[in-house]
Design a protein around this ligand. Structure first.
Ligand code: KIV
Ligand code: NA
Length: 261
């Protein structure tokens, strides 16, 4: 299989090929994903929810992400591997942003993702790119800003928000991002932005007109069924399968039936 690089991700948009992306946090899942058609893998700070059991991503540290990047990078070879910059790890100063991004790259990430598009963030993104670290942007619902955004709400609803998101997307493109995540943006706004940008948009909960899509692995596998936002399709009922398997095992143990235990 041909290794997917930044240039391939950008070319896919030009060739009207959509970009399939997923999150991953460990080597076992990474080995399975390696055998699929996924183009891009993100070690997201959603590991705060999925791995650490918190209800926001705010407590996730750079070292948490780095640890999971190193787990994933040991078995993932083909898809582009992106590490998420967690809460406050980007935007304070160029040197702090670069130091933190460097930790993720040294752990095995091939690019980093940064939430936001403030002038400081855009400056730091450009600084990283000039130092050889590719960056994926992330606007719309930014879970790290849940307090400032007053909750997990859909973004880009009115014309003013739509224009604001469009400007942010253009600033991120200008700064040198190779792609931008649009999270929980109305489908119309996401389409409007996707058509205006030369770089690909990767949607999550943002309709079908982005240049690609990303979902959280455990969520799309139906391992986290109490979390069911409208956009989220369960492609498997893994929670049920695991429950049944573990209960079958319990049954075998209790009755001393199985020879394999
Ligand atoms: O942390 C994450 O998983 C993400 C994606 C959902 C875009 O940021
Ligand atoms: Na994230």
């Amino acid at each position: 299989k041909k290794k997917i690089r930044i240039l391939d991700i950008m070319e896919m948009k030009k060739n009207s090929q959509r970009i399939s992306s997923i999150t991953c946090y460990d080597a076992t899942f990474a080995r399975i994903i390696e055998s699929t058609n996924i183009d891009l893998v993100l070690v997201g700070d959603s590991l705060g929810n999925v791995i650490q059991g918190k209800n926001t991503t705010i407590k996730v540290s750079v070292n948490d992400i780095a640890y999971h990047v190193s787990c994933v990078s040991s078995t993932l070879k083909t898809p582009l591997l992106v590490g998420d910059m967690p809460f406050i790890s980007a935007g304070l100063s160029r040197s702090e942003t670069t130091h933190n991004a460097g930790i993720l790259i040294q752990a095995g990430a091939e690019a980093v993702k940064i939430e936001g598009a403030s002038p400081e963030i855009c400056d730091h993104i450009n600084f990283l790119i000039r130092h050889g670290i590719p960056v994926m942007g992330h606007i719309g619902l930014m879970p790290q800003s849940v307090n400032a955004l007053s909750g997990f709400r859909i973004q880009g609803k009115n014309d003013e928000d739509k224009e604001k998101l469009m400007n942010e997307a253009k600033e991120l493109q200008k700064a040198g991002c190779f792609a931008v995540v649009l999270e929980l943006v109305t489908p119309k706004t996401a389409q409007f932005i996707s058509e205006a940008l030369a770089i690909p948009t990767i949607g999550i909960g943002s309709g079908n007109f982005c240049d690609g899509n990303i979902l959280v692995l455990q969520d799309m596998l139906g391992m986290n069924k109490q979390f069911k936002p409208k956009f989220l399709k369960h492609f498997l009922d893994l929670e049920e399968s695991i429950k049944n398997a573990v209960n079958n095992y319990c049954g075998d143990v209790k009755s001393a039936k199985s020879e394999s235990i």
